[in-house]
Design a protein around this ligand. Structure first.
Ligand SMILES: Nc1ncnc2c1ncn2[C@@H]1O[C@H](COP(=O)(O)OP(=O)(O)OP(=O)(O)O)[C@@H](O)[C@H]1O
Length: 325
């Protein structure tokens, strides 16, 4: 059953240019979708839009159906009810997301008390202890302040908080960026394991395609506000169809994988400024495979077969392959 369906999402910050341009995504209950792309391609904007967390004055169009209900047209009372309980978000850098002057246990208990009207302080405390143990911390750490925990422990607290109200969807925006590599791997394993155990859907955002390929079932690669390729995680990572997705895979080879075909390589040039997008395919100025037509033709996202889609002139649509007119 479809848990999340994003249709033609457009986000434009006040007075600026579109940061997300016509994004379509879907996620089945209990599955894990990775969203990758370079800095500025619109990943965080997409994450914030899913929970209506964008600053006021931002124009948002399209549909975001969570269990069939459009988040974008909900009344604010309903949006508040959906946050934490329907969908929750783990941000990068837990030090900034946790309140420095409150004990972490009280911060985990807060959404429980808010959303479960019948929950007493004692019930919330008990649940907080269980959640902390669930994410690999002793229940006694509930009385700690954020500065008394390591970066990895704080991120575990954020994950406990995100799971506190048994959401159907967890959105994790660069959840391990501020952590060292060993702790990153632990936290990613933990998120993957918890969403599988609890049948929660996961949207995980990262610039690192190799991390997402290891954690997620499906991958969407964004460039300049659009999804340029989407498909089964392993196939997109190992055999991308879109030249940008290929370049991103090459930039993030799997650490320590002797069979990796790729040497780490940067992608030349920078992503375009949303207020000054190139004509045609917006990736063409950086694309090693660009044809003359790419400067004037903006390719639609095409069904490439095998549950894959990509927006590139080089991608042969399935109907063409099968000879269907
Ligand atoms: N509050 C804001 N007001 C105006 N423009 C914004 C705002 N937040 C982001 N943008 C712009 O929207 C575009 C997309 O930014 P976004 O943060 O979504 O990208 P990202 O892929 O998440 O990048 P990063 O990985 O660096 O977080 C960028 O051009 C950015 O400058």
């Amino acid at each position: 059953m479809t848990l999340l369906e994003v249709r033609n999402l457009e986000v434009t910050y006040g007075g600026g240019a579109a940061a997300v341009r016509g994004v379509d995504l879907s996620l089945a209950a209990g599955r894990k979708l990775g969203v990758a792309g370079e800095s500025g391609c619109g990943k965080s904007t997409l994450a914030l839009a899913l929970l209506r967390l964008l600053p006021s004055g931002t124009r948002v169009g399209g549909e975001i159906l969570l269990d069939g209900e459009d988040v974008l047209t909900m009344r604010w009372g309903r949006v508040r009810a959906v946050r934490w309980a329907g969908a929750s978000i783990v941000f990068q850098g837990a030090m900034h997301s946790l309140n420095a002057v409150h004990r972490v246990g009280d911060q985990i208990a807060e959404p429980i008390l808010l959303h479960r009207k019948a929950a007493t302080a004692a019930v919330a405390r008990k649940r907080t202890g269980e959640l902390l143990e669930h994410v690999g911390l002793p229940a006694s750490r509930a009385s700690a302040y954020p500065h008394e925990l390591s970066g990895g422990q704080r991120q575990r607290v954020m994950i406990a908080m995100a799971l506190a109200c048994d959401p159907r969807l967890v959105i994790a925006d660069e959840p391990t960026t501020a952590l060292d590599v060993m702790i990153q791997a632990q936290i990613l394993r933990l998120i993957g394991q918890l969403v599988t155990e609890q049948d929660v859907g996961l949207v995980m955002i990262s610039h690192d395609l190799s991390v997402l390929a290891d954690t997620c079932d499906r991958l969407a690669v964004m460039y300049a506000g659009r999804v340029v390729e989407e498909g089964p995680a392993r196939e997109v990572y190992e055999d991308a169809l879109h030249p940008y997705a290929r370049a991103l895979s090459a930039a993030f080879p799997r650490v320590g994988d002797p069979t990796s075909r790729f040497a780490p390589r940067g992608l030349p040039g920078d992503p375009p400024d949303p207020s000054d997008l190139p004509s045609g395919c917006v990736f063409h100025p950086r694309c090693a495979a660009a044809l003359e037509t790419c400067a004037s033709r903006d390719p639609e996202s095409r069904d490439a077969g095998g549950d894959r889609r990509a927006a590139c002139v080089h991608v042969e649509p399935t109907d063409a392959r099968s000879g269907t007119p």
